[in-house]
Design a protein around this ligand. Structure first.
Ligand code: PNW
Length: 476
């Protein structure tokens, strides 16, 4: 075996996973007592999603979970990351649980365990019960306490069989795409509300960590998934470097500051004074948010390239965060977002695997000793079945090979990366983009809902089976 191949061997206990989220795959939105979440409301509001598409049926995973787990087993996955729909379990966001809703996740988890696949459960992947949004949503403090109560209920119900717990998925998206640019539910465009939402998501996370600590057996692992951005300045000009630092605060520091270091960056407070006075950060909050974690999940797709606006030249907003005349970045109108040069995926996101290496090394420094997981990484392509029904996606294989190689390089350089979750197991509802953007390793025919593993799924299965990366050009 040539060195270049053997050096791509991963640690024996490395988890080879795939990820999904409830609203993107389950469907069955009115079954067994589930009530609408903000994503039901948003997707049913004209003009909010491509083609008016919704998650009403999605890929019908709620009814097909057994077959889907069988498929995961066939692909040799050793872990599966999914999310729980809050309004399926606790329809109004308060009060007692609905057992029928909870039973779905019990059955799913039991099916996974029976096949030797480790469940990684995300409590919140953007689908706030609509009733809680009607009461003010994440900008109001009470939502954080409601989330902790929900976390405790799910922890008590599933703590005996789920070892890996993730509180929030990508609070940046919830706060800044949901309440700032409005391209995600609930579709509000208020920079002050987006920063309040960020704080209350943080607080909800911290309260949930403590609630889970009390509810779960000690061996369980509690984490959060951040879509931490790799923010790069366009040049080494001090103005561009300063612009990158400010965006880094708004993308990363706003979350990892209180979570990992017990403080918001003071530079973040200074830079956003024109929008908010941060008076809703009460004494003790930051301590609550700083609750110790057992691991950190990082989601990575593409880096972010910024510069300071020079003179009256205002560049295009090429930040890849969807189209809206409202920026997701509060108090940052003087900063220009650029498209990173290079090949792009169907999302328009530039492929840069070195960003994943940089991210893993950064958090190795930022949180020494904390195990890391790549909880999402993947690419959308315009996949189509060949006449023989097979789906070939060499671009996705190249993307996965490139990024997993960088994960391996980070491990060699001291990053404690314990696993990788490909986004996504199967094609699904890509939020505001609807069903058009296919991220799956498994192809879904949206007429028949039939599942067909793409060649990337077979490539990934081989990696999972051998614990090493097959060459990117190996025709699986
Ligand atoms: C993540 N951005 O979404 C989510 O966790 C997934 O549910 C989603 O399907 C996947 O990545 C692909 O989009 C993101 O604008 C959406 O920076 C938008 C951004 C980042 C992540």
């Amino acid at each position: 075996m040539p060195d270049s191949v053997s050096s791509l061997t991963f640690p024996p206990a490395f988890l080879w996973g795939a990820a999904t989220s409830a609203y993107q795959i389950e469907g069955a939105v009115r079954e067994d007592g589930r009530t609408p979440s903000i994503w039901d409301t948003f997707s049913h509001t004209p003009g909010k999603t491509a083609g008016g598409e919704t998650g009403d049926i999605a890929v019908d995973h709620y009814h097909r979970y057994r077959d889907d787990v069988a498929l995961m087993a066939e692909l040799g996955l050793t872990a599966y990351r999914f999310s729980v729909s809050w309004s399926r379990v606790q329809p109004t966001g308060r009060g007692p649980v609905v057992q029928r809703g909870l039973d779905f996740y019990r059955r799913l988890v039991d099916e996974l365990l029976a096949r030797g696949i480790k469940p990684a459960l995300t409590l919140y992947h953007w689908d706030l019960p609509q009733e809680l949004e009607d009461a003010g949503g994440w900008p109001v403090r009470d939502t954080a306490f409601r989330f902790a109560e929900y976390a405790q209920l799910v922890g008590e119900a599933l703590g005996d069989r789920v070892e890996h717990w993730i509180t929030l998925n990508e609070p940046w998206c919830s706060a800044f795409l949901g309440y700032g640019s409005g391209v995600h539910a609930p579709g509000r465009t208020d920079p002050a509300a987006s920063l309040r939402a960020a704080h209350h998501l943080n607080l909800g996370h911290g309260l949930a960590v403590s609630a889970l600590r009390a509810a779960l057996p000690a061996r369980n692992q509690i984490a959060i998934s951040l879509n931490s951005s790799v923010v790069r300045p366009l040049s080494q000009d001090p103005a561009d470097v300063a612009a990158a630092r400010r965006i880094d605060d708004l993308a990363n520091g706003v979350f990892h500051g209180p979570m990992l270091h017990g403080a918001y960056p003071s530079t973040l407070f200074d830079a956003t004074r024109s929008v908010t006075d941060w008076s809703y950060v009460l004494d003790g909050d930051v301590n609550t948010i700083n609750a110790p974690l057992d691991a950190l999940g990082l989601n990575y797709y593409t880096p972010t390239l910024v510069s300071a606006a020079s003179g009256d030249i205002k560049g295009p907003r090429a930040d890849g965060h969807g189209s809206s005349e409202h920026s997701p970045w509060p108090a940052a109108d003087d900063i220009v977002f650029h498209q990173t040069p290079g090949e792009r995926t169907e999302m328009g996101w530039t492929i840069d695997p070195t960003g994943l290496y940089d991210l893993l090394m950064r958090y190795t420094r930022e949180a020494p000793g904390l195990p890391l997981y790549v909880t999402e990484n993947g690419a959308a392509y315009d996949d189509k079945p060949d006449p023989d029904g097979r789906v070939h996606d060499p671009e996705r294989i190249a993307y996965l090979h490139g990024h997993l190689s960088e994960v391996r390089r980070a491990i060699a350089d001291g990053a404690d990366v314990r696993g990788y979750f490909l986004w996504s197991l199967m094609d699904n509802f890509e939020w505001a983009y609807g069903y058009d953007k296919r991220f799956g390793a498994v192809y879904v025919d949206y007429t028949t809902l039939e599942r067909t593993p793409k060649s990337s799924a077979r490539w990934y299965a081989e990696a999972a089976r051998t614990g090493a990366l097959p060459p990117a050009d190996s025709a699986a």
